[in-house]
Design a protein. Structure first.
Lengths: 460, 673
């Protein structure tokens, strides 16, 4: 337990300097190049749900005593309006009015990175503890392990996708922050915090609802461990010695507390929303305009997802059927993955986030930024991941191709929607390969652990 | 660490798709050679594969109505030309008198007339222009007010239209020094305009833009288009003409508009052509960054010119290539193959004659070159930025056109050609969308569509990912890898190197901003400043990457980066990517450290690298295409400057893809291993 903390302490100056450098880069880009690249108008960055321009519109409507959801412009939470809305007011005199918002997003990104780092440190401590209990530390030279928390945090901070999202004034950094907050709370076993994060994240973008399974697993049985069936190989007296370490008891009490807190927070959020919408609108309209808008895929403007094109083409009387099919797609994968990966709840959360960001109705690169950051947490387990370079080139290629195809279609008029959709499909394919490869290499890692622990026990 | 000796011992069974991949990777050398040769062959075959053009949109119906242009219109045009000529000889202040005269005639014919007073804009250097929307450009404020010019605009409101669509006629002329050909082109536009004011079938408004080209033909049209598409409410700078000139007719103070533009025709008259017995029509279509107008527009113009008026239609070609022996030899080979094919099966219409092949290749090469430059070939290029299809129709009269009667006939034919094209476009219900936007021309009535010309390119670049994969697997299977774990992440180090070099490329592309800040410097010194600053930046960045022991991984990453870059460029501007691939692909595939490679290969690599440098590559391309080269440094600098001025994506390509790959290749060549 001493070793990793000492190591991370040694690495810390390096970590902090590059983290601060990334924040400075963001600030420089926000202050000096506010409108050079027009990230906020790119379909890859801002979706109907996360666009700050829409939020400003909603805030304006609310200020003029109208429902913020009037005119199908705003589809976010009323709470975001109250928090971010005042920052979007145009102060006139040619000042860049989004400066404060940009600052808020930079802070959100930074806090997210710090939380990811904390999660990584917790995970690494747990990892080494369980390896020791398996007696496999000598075989799997732990000294080669990287400080996965630092790596994940820096991957998140320096990921061009995160930077673009931050500069593009979309509210994804806030959503990512809340999602990571809930995982952090669950890792620390702070039940109220985990419940708070989960409720707010689901309130903001609906899809984090499926994170309830990893969160419950984390709260109930603790951090990622090797599969439980490895432990029977260890002798009885060893179990006696390390009982406190090995024995994993699923704590139903905490789970009950989690749901209790979740319902309290949900109630609280609903009351706050109700107050905030009191004079102009109702909770019913809020649900219809936020969750309903997400589920019924009303806005068919192009994005990097795969749904818009399909629902632009599909016949109207099949629409409801296919809506169900597409949404059930996500739910279909929830249970099998939960059964297969229940011993690694953090990794399960990563897989869920990745899958929902592939199949969600209005995806943006901000979602990819989150799961790519979380991928860094498992850098030691995924050391032997296949096709990593192929995936890297693929991500790079499709993300560069996407604006070019958009330009060809929208501005030059020489291409058409198929050009842009082709890149969206390629992007989805690469994401799927990433998920498949990471899951399979995680399972391989578990198998390798099993072999090692088996050998250890045989020799002993 | 996942693989204990037990697993490594047994042969792993893969899925079929992976087995195919492994098979290709193992035979990567053979596959690369075959693909490259096939790519070059397919490129040479393109003139043979060209298809005949056809009019795809049925609504156009070119030539279905008989020409309505009358002697009255033509005699009016003749009078107009005479007035212009006399004004030119009499008046001192033609810069204001000629627009006034044109406005007067437009108004007399029944058009709405307005002036557009504009300042020429310095062509600014926007390296990121390609990815921003066109309207972002309209924001920047113009500070230089030293030179202003006047466009004259006449609009006919369509009796049957709703004023939401329009067709544009452009006649560029220089009011300070009006040449006879410019007067003739104004006359042709006059005759067409005069007819169109009277006809009842007009469904789209007609805009006649007499563009003042004293500061460049493109600038005047671009300025007018910018004003047309950006709503502005100040009318202060329009009115200064009315105060200086008393015009007897009503000239509108405000800027007049007439709906979205369906198409635009730029009418020009060239000097007399001595080659041909007939009048001939030259069509220019290339807009910025290799964009082309819809093929249908070219089709109707050439169809009407050939079948309606008996013009001889030509597309630009490199004359030097027509006499090239090597092309003739290839042509003979293809003709021979075609004959054999036909003797085997008469249905195979494969071969074309040598003359056709050579002419087709010369046109194709010119088409490729103009698209690759990314510089528009005329003022029609300005329209493409607003998604309006436009072509320049340059009519050149035959030798004996000086006589009076010949001029009338010429005006008559030109006018009826314009009338026919406008009538055809007038029939159009939607935007041009039916036919191709992505094509290369091999003659005025033969084209190669995107589906065909992508094949040579794809064959040419296909070896790159295969070579990258094979090098990557070689590096991973090498005997003593530095560390057993993180084997699959070892590419991160070479990727860092490649990234830094590409970052350097981006810095190089931005440096001219700063070299322009140095006042009073000549091209050579600017070029030298640029080069020295680039080298300095490279040395600074060099300190960030430590030398990496494995060249195979570095080459693999370099090759993948060039593949991604070439594929991206092929979408942005195909011609640049094709020409660029000719340089990059052999260089990237062949390169090896000179300590590893044999003597012959090293020499070959050295030659490839010398030719791969943009400066020498530029002269090689120009030499191959038969464009005469001037003196070294200045020529190159002016060329690069023109690329900035036209916001050509080719410049971005050279700086962000070609140059970094070239530097990386040198790095690999000099690698100590």
């Amino acid at each position: 337990m001493e070793k990793p903390s000492e190591k991370s302490w040694k690495k810390q100056p390096w970590f902090w300097s590059s983290a601060v450098a990334s924040v400075i880069l963001r600030l420089v880009l926000i202050v000096y190049f506010p409108n050079t690249l027009n990230f906020s108008s790119r379909p890859e960055v801002s979706t109907p749900l996360t666009s700050l321009r829409r939020l400003a519109e909603g805030y304006w409507l609310k200020q003029s005593s109208m429902s913020p959801y009037a005119g199908s412009m705003y589809h976010g939470s009323p709470l975001l309006l109250s928090i971010l809305g005042p920052l979007t007011i145009d102060r006139g005199e040619g000042k860049s009015n989004h400066l404060l918002c940009g600052l808020a997003f930079v802070i959100a990104d930074f806090i997210t990175a710090i939380l990811i780092r904390a999660i990584g440190q917790l995970l690494q401590v747990a990892d080494i503890k369980s390896l020791k209990s398996l007696g496999a530390t000598t075989h799997l030279n732990v000294s080669e392990n990287f400080p996965s928390g630092d790596i994940a945090a820096l991957v998140y901070l320096w990921n061009p996708l995160t930077i673009i999202t931050c500069l593009g004034y979309s509210t994804s950094p806030i959503e990512n922050l809340v999602t990571v907050l809930s995982i952090y709370g669950a890792c620390m076993r702070l039940v109220p915090l985990a419940a708070f994060g989960w409720v707010i994240a689901s309130h903001l973008s609906l899809y984090p609802v499926i994170l309830v399974i990893p969160l419950v697993l984390l709260v109930g049985s603790g951090l990622d461990t090797p599969p439980r069936k490895l432990f029977p190989y260890i002798d009885d007296d060893q179990i006696q010695n390390k009982k406190s370490l090995n024995r994993i008891i699923f704590s139903w009490r905490r789970v009950f507390l989690f749901f209790l807190w979740a319902s309290i927070w949900a109630f609280y959020v609903l009351i706050l929303c109700g107050i905030s919408l009191k004079d102009y609108s109702s909770l019913g309209e809020m649900f219809k305009r936020t969750y309903g808008f997400i589920l019924s895929v009303e806005d068919l403007s192009p994005n990097i997802g795969v749904l818009w094109y399909f629902f632009a083409e599909v016949f109207d009387f099949f629409r409801n059927f296919f809506l169900m099919v597409f949404h059930i797609n996500i739910l279909f994968m929830v249970l099998p993955l939960a059964i297969r990966l229940h011993h690694r709840p953090c990794f399960l959360a990563f897989v869920y986030i990745a899958i929902s960001s592939i199949l969600k109705s209005y995806p943006s690169v901000g979602d990819s930024a989150l799961y790519l950051g979380l991928l860094g947490l498992f850098v030691n387990a995924l050391a032997d991941m296949q096709f990593s370079f192929f995936l890297f080139s693929g991500y790079l290629g499709t993300l560069l191709l996407s604006p070019v195809m958009h330009n060809l279609w929208i501005w030059r008029g020489t291409g058409n929607a198929n050009f842009y959709y082709a890149t969206a499909m390629a992007y989805a394919c690469f994401q799927i390969i990433l998920v498949v490869e990471s899951v399979s290499s995680m399972l391989n890692h578990d198998r390798a652990l099993k072999k090692v622990s088996f050998c250890v026990n045989k020799f002993e | 660490m996942a693989s204990t000796p037990g697993i490594e011992g047994q042969k792993q069974k893969h899925r079929p798709i992976i087995r195919i991949g492994i098979f290709i990777i193992v035979h990567s050398l053979l596959v690369s050679v075959v693909c490259c040769v096939a790519g070059v062959l397919a490129l040479l075959l393109l003139p043979v594969l060209a298809k005949k053009t056809y009019i795809s949109e049925n609504a156009l119906m070119p030539g279905s109505a008989s020409s309505m242009i009358s002697d009255q219109d033509v005699s009016g045009a003749t009078r107009f030309i005479n007035e212009l000529n006399s004004l030119k000889s009499k008046s001192q202040n033609t810069g204001i008198e000629i627009p006034r005269l044109i406005a007067l005639h437009m108004a007399n014919m029944g058009g709405e007339v307005s002036y557009h007073n504009f300042q020429t804009q310095q062509n600014n250097f926007h390296p990121l222009h390609f990815f921003t929307s066109p309207n972002a450009e309209a924001n920047f404020v113009n500070k230089t007010r030293e030179s202003s010019a006047i466009n004259t605009i006449g609009i006919i409101r369509a009796p049957r239209g709703d004023g939401k669509e329009s067709i544009v006629l452009v006649t560029p002329y220089n009011p300070l020094n009006l040449s006879q050909t410019e007067a003739l082109s104004l006359g042709i536009a006059y005759s067409a305009f005069s007819l169109l004011t009277q006809v009842s079938w007009l469904a789209k408004d007609i805009i006649w833009l007499a563009a003042d080209s004293q500061y460049g033909q493109y600038n005047s049209v671009a300025a007018w288009l910018r004003h047309y598409h950006s709503p502005s409410f100040d009318t202060c700078h329009e009115s200064n003409l009315d105060s200086t000139v008393s015009v007897s007719v009503s000239v509108s103070d405000s800027f007049r508009r007439a709906g979205t533009m369906a198409a635009a025709l730029v009418i020009k008259v060239a000097e007399t052509s001595e080659e041909f017995e007939q009048d001939s029509l030259n069509i220019y279509a290339e807009a910025s960054n290799g964009q082309m107008p819809n093929l249908d527009l070219i089709n109707i113009a050439s169809y009407l010119a050939v079948h309606g008026q008996g013009f001889r239609v030509r597309v630009e070609k490199f004359m030097s290539l027509v006499d090239a022996t090597w092309l003739k030899v290839i042509g003979h080979v293809f003709e021979f193959v075609g004959k054999i094919a036909r003797s085997l099966n008469p249905q195979w219409k494969f071969g074309i004659s040598v003359k056709e092949y050579v002419e087709g290749s010369a046109t194709l090469v010119s088409s490729l070159y103009n698209q690759a430059l990314g510089v528009p070939t005329g003022s029609h290029g300005a329209f493409r930025d607003y998604q309006v299809d436009a072509i320049t129709m340059e009519i050149s009269p035959k030798l004996s056109s000086i006589s009076k009667s010949r001029q009338t006939e010429f005006l008559f034919r030109g006018g009826s050609l314009i009338e026919g094209v406008i009538r055809s476009v007038n029939n159009l219900l939607e935007k041009f969308h039916q036919s191709f936007f992505l094509y290369l021309l091999t003659s005025s009535n033969r084209f190669i569509s995107v589906g065909v010309y992508m094949i040579p390119f794809l064959l040419l670049v296909a070896p790159l990912p295969i070579a990258a994969a094979s090098l990557f697997s070689d590096a991973n299977n090498s005997k003593n890898p530095p560390s057993t774990s993180f084997k699959s992440w070892r590419w991160l180090h070479p990727t860092k190197t490649v990234f830094l070099i590409h970052l350097w490329g981006a810095i190089v592309s931005l440096l001219p901003y700063f070299t322009y800040q140095i006042p009073d410097s000549n091209p050579t010194s600017r070029l030298l400043t640029w080069i020295s600053l680039s080298i300095f930046a490279l040395i600074v960045l060099r300190s960030f990457f430590r030398s990496y022991s494995e060249w195979t991984l570095l080459k693999s990453v370099t090759v993948s980066a060039s593949f991604v870059g070439l594929c991206l460029m092929s979408v942005i501007n195909f011609a640049t990517a094709e020409i660029g691939a000719m340089f990059l692909v052999p260089m990237c595939l062949m390169i090896r450290p000179w300590r590893v490679a044999g003597k012959i290969q090293s020499v070959l690599n050295f030659v490839l690298i010398v030719f791969g440098f943009p400066w020498s590559g530029f002269f090689v391309v120009r030499g191959l295409f038969g464009i005469e080269n001037g003196s070294g440094f200045d020529e190159f600098w002016y060329w690069v400057e023109s690329l900035w001025a036209w916001n050509s994506a080719t410049y971005i390509y050279i700086c962000l893809v070609h140059l970094p790959c070239w530097v990386l290749c040198i790095y690999i060549l000099l690698h100590r291993c």
